[in-house]
Design a protein around this ligand. Sequence first.
Ligand code: SF4
Length: 181
Amino acid sequence: MGKPKIATTSLAGCFGCHMSLLDIDDRILELVELVEFDKSPINDIKEFTGECAVGLIEGGCANEENVRVLRDFRKHCKVLIAVGDCAIMGGIPAMRNNIPLAECLDEAYRNGPSVYNPGGTVPNDPDLPLLLDRVYTCNEVVKIDYFLPGCPPPADTLWQALVALLNDKPVDLPYELVKYD
Ligand code: SF4
């Protein structure tokens, strides 16, 4: 039997949670022994090649492409983990949630203090994913099995959770590894 596969993605995130995963340092060699990476920005595989044991989601859903990717992860991953505050609560991108979308676009492309846009056009290329009315947390869109808070969660948190799941053990993290900052 082959190694279990894991997949990762960044939706409306900053890649800081992925950086934290790489912060497991030389344990990355152990991780490579334990798993194979499927779809992930780490190996640049763009589409799933099969079923995965674990999917790690960074960031919430700010546009329709984020929703499509998240649903695809739910379909292909036995266990789905919301990694970090953006995936769990929306994070910084969700600061727009109390402001109407039209007002956000006006500020970004027409009236912001550093904007120069004499035509007043808002980018509308059909290849651009449409923004959602607000930022949605991952569990508002699909069922999430585990939540690892932090901005980003510490590397040790990610490592211990992954090792437990890959060995069919309960994810029982010590208090100091579950933090919200
Ligand atoms: S939780 Fe923090 S580190 Fe992770 S994507 Fe959001 S802002 Fe970046």
